[in-house]
Design a protein around this ligand. Sequence first.
Ligand code: SF4
Ligand code: MG
Length: 344
Amino acid sequence: GEPLLRIEGLQTHFFTPEGVVKAVDGVSLSVPTGRTVCVVGESGCGKSITARSVLRLVDRPGKIVGGSIQWSSSGASPVDLASLDPDGPEIRRVRGGEIGMVFQEPMASLSPMYTVGAHLSEALRLHRKMSKEQARETSIDLLRRVGIPQPERRLDSYPFQLSGGMCQRVMIAVAISCDPALLIADEPTTALDVTTQARIIDLLKDLQAQNDMAMLFITHDLGVVAEIADQVTVMYLGKVAEHGTAEQIFEDPQHPYTRALLRSIPAVRGGGTRSRLAAIRGMVPHPLHRPAGCPFRTRCDHAIPGICDTVTPEATRFEGDHVAYCHLHTEAGAATRSASGPAV
Ligand code: SF4
Ligand code: MG
């Protein structure tokens, strides 16, 4: 059926004095009901801006200049979030109501002036029109569900009185307070220590399973992806490089960038030990100086002269929804290679 969220050809650009930064440049991806889609890539690839575009939280000088973001909640006809007024009532109903959100820095997302209870009540009274008494009861229940001990007492705590992990649990409680169909989580564990990271990931997996909640999970960490993803979208320099099921991406990657990313992390499956990690050579180009053709070509060991440097690769479809954007698989790439002699 229709996916819960369908992003098509999204373009979010930043109009800076130095020039136009195409932070998100034609990204398409879908999130089915109740499933977890991970968006993975190095910093600056546009994964966070993609997430923030869905919620219409992109600030000036950023602007959505193309594409659509179809949101189909609970049987209602789809709404194009990209076309809504970013300050209007429709997006505010979706944001924090139908779509919950958790960001990297829990301390920065919580207001230092308000207690845990005040954060939760605000969400519940705004989106679920609860009375003060109902909101209090529900807040206690939510804190219990996210694993906060002595929830009655914690209602009166201020964020600075909690550890980073506890703050993130509070953020998650706020995010799920309205029973969202989708949770957008942008590096929710990156600021936390390793043990706390693992606990938060487990919590998110549990909550997702219990509530049949879909997740759009943004991370640079393929270890986390292996833990939670049903589907994976790999991004590079504002574009999708590859998309597939977690199994397709980990077992049968088709894009040189995906393969390089996988080589650059410790073995995440199969228990192998790799003492040395391969770094991806070179650096991500500055977004104001995007290479023509394939964005990855300045770092790719397989670049085909005469095409990768001039033509942006189209999608090649493999099994199911597995797609890669690379001339190793396009007809144009094959034609160029045969015209210029044997492949390297
Ligand atoms: Fe490498 Fe060319 Fe594929 Fe880009 S399109 S990843 S440069 S082979
Ligand atoms: Mg980010």
